[in-house]
Write a protein that binds this ligand. Structure first.
Ligand code: WQD
Length: 333
């Protein structure tokens, strides 16, 4: 099978390409390098021993999409290409809605014209807003998103539901990621955000190697065991494997619209993450407690059972694997 991966050089895209190639899939990739680097293509080849058929370009440019579909018999599309910095999205809503929503409409139009109606879409737990109930199931209320990033993901989910209602020959799987962290054990690919990291784990890694001085922990007055925010961290390699399961599901079903949480079902606090990183890597992390970050919620973790029952997906890597592999990547780069 030939899989078209948008955002193939990004954090989750690159790890998914490795899993696809090592599982015998042919991969066609598209990236505009707005938040990734071209050398990731070499790293993917070094890890998997195989190459992606790569096209450089932007998903907003329908001509590159038509070129890809005319030159390749695509069986399924996995769409990762999106901006994903929550804080940045608040100050750049037009860029976020253009890049994260309009580009998907361009993609869906090209897919329909080329009679390719099988799509795995990269969504996010942010679509749940501030959840009423924990753990979060796929039936939990969505909406109440607190930033354009999360709202853009919610908009695309609604577009996909309307598309399926209009034509039930589409075959769509929406994957809601919780908090992806870590890196491939080789240390060759990992999370490389532009500028100062907004997310916890890359920030901890930069403090550990001395590139940043001190971690600011955003609030210790939440209603959690130690007062710091609790999240469902999932190893990026487990997340990548979840995409293989989604591709297999769509190939079995031939049509339908499916929604799955991809998480571990376990919640860890910020201090749990600092302590786990220090213990696994033998490094002290300087931190200070500061005020809460605007838009943060106290607790967010998944009920992963639907993905287990319907995809046969279970996250296998431990918290120690996650923090060790994150540090290993930082050390390699
Ligand atoms: C985790 C915890 C912070 C940084 C976001 C998006 C989500 C996904 C992951 C894209 C929280 C605390 C963080 C720091 C801290 N992105 N923290 N100091 O906000 O749960 O999720 O990123 O797919 O969609 O919403 O992740 O890593 O920013 O924060 O104390 O310097 O760490 O308050 O409790 P978040 P995060």
């Amino acid at each position: 099978m030939k899989i078209f991966v948008t955002g193939c050089c990004g954090y989750i895209g690159s790890h998914t390409c490795v899993e696809l190639l090592t599982n015998g899939y042919n991969v066609v990739g598209l990236d505009n390098f707005s938040n990734s680097k071209k050398e990731v293509l070499d790293k993917i080849r070094e890890i998997s021993g195989k190459s992606i058929k790569f096209y450089e370009g932007d998903m907003l440019d329908s001509s590159i999409l038509y070129k890809i579909f005319s030159e390749n018999e695509i069986d399924c599309v996995i769409d990762f290409a999106a901006y994903k910095a929550v804080g940045e999205s608040v100050s750049k809503p037009i860029e976020y809605y253009t890049n994260n929503v309009s580009s998907v409409l361009t993609l869906l139009t090209a897919m329909k014209k080329n009679n390719c109606k099988r799509l795995v879409f990269s969504s996010s737990a942010t679509v749940y807003g501030d959840p009423d109930t924990i753990p979060i199931t796929e039936d939990s209320k969505t909406g109440g998103t607190t930033n354009p990033y999360g709202t853009s993901k919610l908009f695309v989910e609604e577009i996909l539901k309307d598309l399926y209602k209009s034509d039930n020959t589409w075959d769509i799987c929406i994957l809601r990621y919780f908090n992806p962290i870590g890196a491939h054990s080789s240390g060759l690919i990992g999370e490389e955000p532009n500028g100062i990291p907004a997310n916890l784990m890359p920030y901890i890694s930069k403090v550990a190697c001395g590139k940043l001085e001190c971690l600011s922990i955003f609030g210790n007055d939440y209603d959690t065991p130690d007062g710091t925010g609790v999240r469902d961290y999932i190893h990026v390699v487990d997340l990548a494997k979840g995409h293989i399961k989604a591709v297999e599901k769509l190939d079995r079903e031939k049509n339908g619209l499916y929604i799955y949480n991809l998480g571990t079902g376990k919640g860890y606090s910020v201090l749990d993450m600092v302590n786990a990183f220090e213990k696994a890597n033998g490094i002290k992390i300087n931190y200070k407690i500061v005020g809460r970050r605007e838009g943060d919620i106290a607790v967010c973790y998944s009920d992963p059972n639907k993905a287990k029952e319907e995809l046969g997906f279970i996250a296998e890597k431990t918290l120690e694997d996650m923090v060790r592999d994150a540090w290993n990547y930082e050390n390699h780069n």
